[in-house]
Design a binder for this molecule. Structure first.
Ligand SMILES: [Zn+2]
Length: 363
């Protein structure tokens, strides 16, 4: 049972081998490094939904949620869903990136900027499934970093959603309206679990993004961003919330998406980049050979794959008498460490042995 951030292709392969009855698995293409890209089909209803996850290899939370969702959907108690929907699911569109925990594929292409060029085998595999399957809805599944807040200086954006634009004027096309109504349903359904912790992603049109591309082709598409829930660096709490959001989405289509008011979409606060992971008070900083005493230091964690585990490396990002960021954790430097200065360089790791334990992520 996977419960951490690193989700390499071998774990997907094991999951696919153990799937219960009622599913079919086929290979729809191969990655740059010739890893198979698998498609799972479940359900036998008229409404067709295409879902893909880990198009960015280091965004594993939505894949973990699919590991929970697929057996739930296939359970004999969910016949209403099985009769209404046919789902085509790509658990890991970018297996090469997943293997080494990178956003990009093996030749450093962002697959979510390749929708028009389709220069990569992974992009072609997705587009071919889209062309053949002709989905009624698409779910484009991603993860986002800890820096996002829901609204300016808001709470952590544990989940963000977007109905991507279909054109440069961000027109409310029928497909876009349909996606917005589903998002309103998810937002309301999760309000008690995530009060003020759901954000709306920026809807600037970019035809190279897959969600924008499919929306412009007339398919309602929803972007899910699994984000940071306080204290949950392994993203297990977020995984459960994403699972719940999937259930709300499918229930909304089962009942009637038109029961939801599209105008409420804009009430969801927009994402803002207002968080650091750690705020440390009382730090002496040396910046370009000048000493600044008793500063606030903002730290963000860089995720690095080391010996099969994701390690969180603290990077110095900002300092001052006060900093204009919220923090997921705030500490004051103990007096025994006060005389140890931090040499500040933006986005460089803080390599001070005495700080290691203090600055480490609590997992
Ligand atoms: Zn992503």
């Amino acid at each position: 049972m996977i419960n951490k951030r690193y989700l390499p292709p071998t774990i997907v392969e094991t999951f696919l081998k153990q799937l219960p009855k009622g599913s079919t698995v086929k290979t729809i293409g191969y990655s740059v490094q010739k890893r198979p890209i698998s498609l799972v089909s479940i359900g036998n209803g008229k409404t067709k939904i295409l879902l893909w996850s880990q198009m960015h290899g280091n965004e594993s939370t939505t894949t973990k949620a699919l590991f929970d969702f697929i057996p739930w959907f296939l359970d004999s108690s969910q016949q209403a869903y099985q009769k209404k929907f046919t789902l085509n699911i790509i658990l890991q569109l970018n297996p090469d990136g997943a293997a080494v925990y990178t956003r990009l594929n093996a030749v450093s292409v962002d697959l979510n900027r390749d929708a028009l060029k389709m220069s990569q085998p992974e992009s072609k595999a997705l587009q071919n499934v889209y062309n053949r399957f002709k989905p009624d809805y698409c779910l484009n599944l991603h993860g986002q970093r800890t820096l996002f807040s829901a609204g300016v200086m808001g709470e952590p954006a544990s989940i963000s959603l977007l109905a991507p634009s279909a054109d440069i004027n961000r027109t409310l096309t029928p497909a876009r309206i349909s996606a917005m109504k589903c998002i309103v349903a998810i937002f309301k359904g999760l309000e008690n679990d995530l009060p003020n912790q759901i954000g709306r992603y920026d809807d600037t049109f970019n035809p190279n993004c897959v969600g924008d591309h499919f929306t412009s082709l007339g398919t309602p598409t929803i972007l899910f961003e699994a984000g940071h829930f306080p204290g949950d660096y392994q993203r297990e709490a977020t995984r459960a919330l994403i699972l719940k959001s999937f259930k709300i989405f499918f229930n909304t289509l089962l009942v009637d998406e038109n029961l939801h008011n599209v105008n409420e979409y804009v009430n969801i606060p927009e994402n803002s980049k207002d968080f650091v992971d750690l705020l440390v008070k009382g730090v002496n900083i040396i910046d370009k050979e000048t000493l600044f005493k008793s500063q606030h230091l903002g730290v963000r964690y860089e995720e690095k794959l080391i010996n099969g585990e994701i390690c969180f490396i603290p990077l110095a990002v900002v300092y001052g008498n006060k900093i204009q960021f919220k923090a997921h954790r705030t500490i004051t430097l103990p007096s025994a460490l006060k005389d140890i200065p931090v040499i500040f360089e933006v986005d460089k790791s803080i390599q001070i042995k005495e700080f290691d334990e203090l600055f480490s992520v609590i997992l």
